[in-house]
Design a protein around this ligand. Structure first.
Ligand SMILES: [Zn+2]
Ligand SMILES: [Zn+2]
Length: 94
């Protein structure tokens, strides 16, 4: 399911997922504690730093801070509401 294709976005936009895949912590679009990989696997700062060492638990890629979308842009490009949560223990992908 990919609801961002349903809009009339002219730019590819980040999904801005609403939670950490490891601990289910809420990560609202304005959060400075959201970390993502190139596939937008999304983690909170604590999980990314302490559990993962900034390496994605799913793909082994680099985790970087998710940029904050200006609030005015959230109207046409709202954040994802689909919560993604890992069913496996949170550890760097090998
Ligand atoms: Zn977390
Ligand atoms: Zn990943």
């Amino acid at each position: 399911m990919n609801d961002r294709l349903a809009g009339n976005n002219t730019h590819m936009a980040l999904e801005l997922r609403p939670n950490c895949e490891c601990c289910d912590k809420d990560l609202p679009p304005a959060s400075e504690e959201a970390y993502i990989c190139t596939f937008e696997c999304t983690f909170c700062l604590d999980s990314a730093r302490d559990k993962l060492g900034y390496i994605c638990a799913n793909c082994g890629g680099e985790l970087v801070r998710r940029p904050i979308r200006p609030a005015a842009k959230l109207v046409k490009n709202p954040p994802s509401t689909v919560r993604v949560l890992r069913d496996k223990p949170c550890a760097p992908a090998s």
